[in-house]
Write a protein that binds this ligand. Structure first.
Ligand SMILES: [Zn+2]
Length: 247
């Protein structure tokens, strides 16, 4: 990894995709600093965390999932509302997806800013939206919302969807596998990349990272960058503040 760049201004090269298994049920689809997708393969169904930016890009995630399981991809979790995370959702629904889950705060952000964010992200970062013509008109709407905490059982596998505080947006949601201590953080945590901060809550973000650290994750799939799988994980706040070392 070389010098840090603002994620969305990162270089123009095609990124190398990695699809790695982190635990019995957790996988990470990462792309050298471009937006990641998390995958949880439960006993009877699959959950995808963040969709990729377009349906065509999501097809590559589905293709890789199909190399390891034929279980139905029933659930899509939106860690937050940004277009680059959610506009691939229709690909999973076309494959039999049943629910798109988000926090109520994320739903509210879609209402308030979804159209504006979609136009702005596609306009500013066209490289991140491959085959943008495959994105259907309109926005990606959750079919199920929650506040604070929701548990989804994939057979015997417990998947906790948690709002641990505001940070990257007011709707940030993480997915947590308590049995395997794997965390999918969305853009609350980045590895070797800097997140977009136009919707951020800087006062709240360090405490939210503390709340993530308190779970003691052993493996973590960040919003961007490689999956982290070597405990103890370090979550750092990129300033000189007293809170710069969280864990
Ligand atoms: Zn984001």
């Amino acid at each position: 990894m070389s010098t840090k760049t603002f994620a969305s201004h990162a270089d123009l090269e095609e990124k190398q995709v990695s699809f790695v298994q982190l635990s019995e049920h957790a996988w990470a689809y990462t792309a050298e600093g471009d937006p990641n997708t998390g995958i949880i393969i439960g006993d009877d169904a699959v959950m995808v965390i963040d969709t990729q930016a377009t349906p065509v890009m999501a097809q590559d995630v589905i293709r890789r999932i199909r190399t390891v399981t034929d279980k139905p991809i029933k659930y899509v979790l939106m860690s937050h509302y940004h277009a680059v995370r959610v506009l691939g959702a229709s690909a999973y629904m076309a494959e039999g997806g049943e629910q798109i889950i988000a926090s109520q705060d994320t739903y509210d952000l879609i209402v308030q800013r979804g159209e504006q964010d979609k136009a702005s992200e596609i306009g500013r970062f066209p490289r991140l939206f491959q085959n943008v013509e495959s994105v259907p008109p309109g926005l990606t709407w959750p079919t199920m919302t929650f506040t604070g905490k929701m548990t989804v059982w994939l057979g015997k596998l417990e998947v906790q969807l948690l709002q641990l505080g505001r940070g990257h947006t007011k709707g940030d949601t993480v997915a947590w596998l308590p049995q395997e201590k794997v965390l999918f953080s969305g853009d609350l945590v980045e590895f070797d990349a800097t997140p977009y901060a136009g919707d951020a809550y800087f006062q709240d973000w360090p405490q939210t990272l503390r709340n993530i650290a308190a779970l003691k994750p052993e493996k973590l799939v960040p919003g961007r960058g490689a999956a982290l799988s070597t405990p103890p994980l370090m979550l750092t706040w990129p300033t000189n503040s007293p809170m710069s070392s969280i864990m």
